[in-house]
Design a binder for this molecule. Structure first.
Ligand SMILES: [Fe+2]
Length: 402
């Protein structure tokens, strides 16, 4: 081990994929020696002995000091978990409609769902943070201060902090996954891959300004239009005697935008299983948002095809499953969300590798959040939890009944 000077406090360095991790008492500490002892793979994620599983034990998600443990039985084969770190799964389809329902939160982010079939009678303004909204189902228009943005299933809509907006679903229910970020939402820098890799900035769509306020919004029936602003989870209502979408032009580099997940060109390698961090779509200070889009599997027979087990030492991991065949998760359907708290290993469930071996593509659409601060589960989400998930690895191995 070696130590070099670094004055940044440890709290600021605990970013999920910060390569300059690990800081302690003002100094950065890096692993320098790669040891290899006992039975191991030919290379990381390559040529894993068939009777062993590989588990990544690392810091800072997939960017810090790391070792790989080669186990005869995966660490997820527990038959009981008693305490707050149990992996859990929630069927969000069971949560109420026509309301914003909070699901998970910490000081850096809040995750909730919003299911609505009718236009909102008021506009909103979030003064607590930026919002990343993933459209799980439905279509419609997001009206904003900057103009309208139409949306469809599979879109991300990013709404900067304080932007007035109003949801106008078209026809069927819109099922929205809302991620609120205290830190500004940014796009990742893919370094050597250049400025156009994964998400070319040219595919981002911003609104055209209004020529006149949207006529479909007639206020709340009393000749008044109301904007509800949220700050520190408290609501303040601003009432206007006119439609407040009055901006007819805008200029600058802060605006809502839309990104459709089909415009994400994922990074893949035929010969190496890349870590999930290559699928990062948004960086938000102390958490990242990644998107798993359809992509070809590795073709090299020695390459791992399913996510490797990992110990998740520094991050809580959340995955929302939107569409497709979630090859690493059995019993998880569309509209479900899983939470793997830091401190507990996780990985593919029994049979996942065999299922992946029979396919050429990972046909899935899922949104992952990896965050530094532990998440709290709301009572609303607890009501939709599937308790069987916690021991699903052992169940798949025949270690528990059911
Ligand atoms: Fe993971």
């Amino acid at each position: 081990m070696t130590e070099t000077g670094d004055a940044a406090p440890v709290e600021e360095k605990l970013l999920s994929t910060g390569a300059d991790f690990l800081s302690y008492r003002g100094r950065t500490i890096c692993g320098m020696v790669m040891e290899s002892k006992g039975r191991v793979a030919k290379a990381t994620h390559v040529g894993i002995p068939p009777d062993l599983t590989e588990e990544e034990h690392g810091r800072a998600a997939f960017a810090g000091p790391v070792s790989h443990l080669y186990r005869t039985i995966p660490a997820t084969a527990w038959v009981d978990v008693d305490g707050p770190l149990r992996p859990s799964a929630f069927e969000l389809n069971l949560l109420p409609t026509d309301a914003h329902v909070p699901v998970l939160h910490n000081d850096d982010l809040r995750i909730g769902i919003d299911r609505r079939a009718t236009p909102s009678s008021y506009a909103s303004r979030n003064a607590d943070g930026d919002e990343i909204v993933f459209v799980h189902h439905g279509s419609g228009v997001l009206q904003t201060d900057f103009g309208p943005l139409s949306y469809d299933a599979g879109d991300y809509l990013v709404i900067p902090k304080g932007t007035m907006h109003r949801w106008v679903p078209a026809g069927d229910e819109s099922f929205l996954l809302v991620i609120e970020s205290a830190a500004p939402v940014t796009m990742p820098d893919f370094g050597l891959m250049g400025r156009h890799a994964v998400v070319d900035p040219k595919v981002l769509v911003t609104p055209e300004p209004w020529s006149a306020p949207p006529a479909d919004w007639t206020g709340e029936g009393d000749g008044r239009w109301r904007v509800r602003a949220k700050r520190r989870q408290e609501c303040t209502t601003f009432t206007y005697p006119h439609n407040p979408f009055t901006a007819v032009g805008w200029a600058g580099d802060l605006a809502p935008f839309r990104l459709h997940t089909s415009d994400i060109r994922p990074v893949v390698s035929p010969r190496y299983h890349l870590p999930p961090s290559v699928h990062t779509t948004f960086r938000c200070g102390a958490f990242d948002v990644a998107t798993f889009v359809p992509r070809p599997f590795e073709t090299d027979p020695e390459s791992l095809r399913v996510p490797f087990f990992h110990a998740n030492v520094d991050n809580d991991e959340v995955i929302f499953y939107s569409r497709g065949d979630f090859f690493s998760r059995k019993g998880i359907g569309e509209g479900w969300l899983t939470l793997h708290p830091q401190g507990a290993p996780h990985g593919p469930q029994p049979g996942a590798a065999e299922r992946a071996a029979a396919k050429e593509t990972a046909d899935e659409l899922a949104v992952m959040v990896e965050c530094v601060a532990p998440l709290s589960v709301t009572n609303e989400a607890k009501a939709a939890e599937d308790p069987a998930y916690t021991t699903s690895w052992a169940r798949g191995m025949g270690l528990v009944d059911g």
